[in-house]
Design a protein around this ligand. Structure first.
Ligand code: NCD
Ligand code: ZN
Length: 352
């Protein structure tokens, strides 16, 4: 049933369960954009060099906090980048001490800064078994990297070739299939009864591959996994608005300077942190399901990660279209802010 049409909605403060904050000047520019609305975020470890050890995660966390005002309530939730040399004992200690909340699996070469990722999955079996024992989630970039597999099929093939065997070998491992982009992934998660969840990005709820490629190439919509055809986008929206606790928000907000996006071989990544909550309100409203926004953005993620929901709230109010600055200025150059292609009417109150 569709909701009646409210013009204001108050929800628990949302969290972002997949976020790239980068480092240095870029970190300084983008961290406040997330901290303004979100309580916590799972921070991706794909720096150069990657965040592999507990000690590196502690140091990165300190750099993130230093980039934010002293009184921020934002809490970065750190992850460790899984390599074939990762030490299970270091991972277990980092989880036990609350330093790292999850481990991130990048198939080697799958995306931005993933060269140190995993090529031989047998080599990480020991780490995965340790994680299963201690209940530490594995965040998975779910794409195969085989150059013979069509880029639009890489997620579906990953499920069969990599994810199913891993979950069969280590059934107690708790897995987050990140930034799902296909009906196949939605079905797989929905049909699995335990130990799996999926994050969905803001932009994959809004764009399909035509937005990238039809009528001229639009590099600012290029990300990995690449957006698929419209039927897949519709499946993602249905999953997001369903309230099903296995689906929750991970923006995958991934800033790159325009100089690095607008080149012959441009970087993958969409920067959406600044506008995500307004975009989501539009998407959920259009589906007649604003009432499900809180589950998706604020409740389902903490449940999977076994954390309490945030105590405080944000209020979204519908009004005149927002005037969104098209770029975020950073010391490294402009970063284009995700343009959903429609006006954003939902204003977020109580920003700090
Ligand atoms: C991310 C990045 O830029 O770090 N890019 C992207 O297109 N999503 C990496 C990733 O999450 O794949
Ligand atoms: Zn990402």
């Amino acid at each position: 049933m569709r909701d009646a049409a409210p013009t204001t909605i108050t929800i628990r403060r949302p969290d972002d369960w997949h976020l790239h904050l980068r480092d240095g000047e870029m970190l300084a520019a983008v961290a406040p954009e997330t901290a303004r609305h979100f309580g916590r975020a799972i921070i991706m470890p794909n720096l150069v060099p990657p965040v592999v050890t507990a000690a590196q995660a502690v140091a990165y966390r300190e750099r993130i906090m230093a980039a934010l005002p002293g009184d921020t309530r934002f809490e970065p939730l750190m992850t460790l980048y899984l390599t074939e040399d990762t030490d299970p004992a270091d991972v277990a200690a980092a989880f036990g001490e609350g330093i790292a909340r999850a481990v991130k699996l990048y198939p080697a070469g799958a995306t931005t800064n993933s060269a140190s990722g995993v090529a031989d999955f047998d080599k990480v079996r020991g780490v995965l078994e340790t994680m299963a024992e201690i209940g530490m989630p594995l965040c998975v970039h779910g794409e195969v990297t085989d150059s013979e597999i069509d880029i639009f099929d890489r997620e579906a093939v990953f499920i069969d070739r990599v994810l199913k065997p891993i979950r069969k070998a280590v059934p107690d491992l708790r897995v987050v299939m990140e930034h799902v982009t296909t009906q196949d992934a939605v079905d797989y998660v929905r049909d699995s009864h335990k130990n799996i969840a999926a994050t969905i990005t803001t932009h994959h709820l809004i764009i399909n591959r035509n937005h990238i490629l039809a009528g001229g190439i639009r590099p600012h919509y290029y990300c990995l996994p690449v957006a698929k055809r419209e039927a897949h986008r519709v499946a993602l929206v249905q999953a997001a608005v369903s309230g099903d606790r296995r689906f929750f928000l991970g923006t995958d907000s991934a800033p790159h300077t325009d100089a690095n996006k607008l080149m012959a071989c441009g970087c993958a990544g969409v920067f959406s942190a600044s506008v995500t909550m307004s975009c989501l309100a539009e998407v959920f409203e259009a589906a007649g399901k604003l009432s499900a926004l809180e589950a998706f953005a604020s409740l389902n993620g903490p449940k999977f990660y076994k954390m309490p929901a945030n105590e405080d709230t944000i209020t979204l109010t519908k009004g005149a279209p927002l005037e969104v600055a098209p770029v975020l200025k950073t010391a490294q150059g402009d970063v284009t802010v995700f343009d959903p292609g429609f006006p954003l009417h939902w204003h977020i109150q109580d920003e700090t």
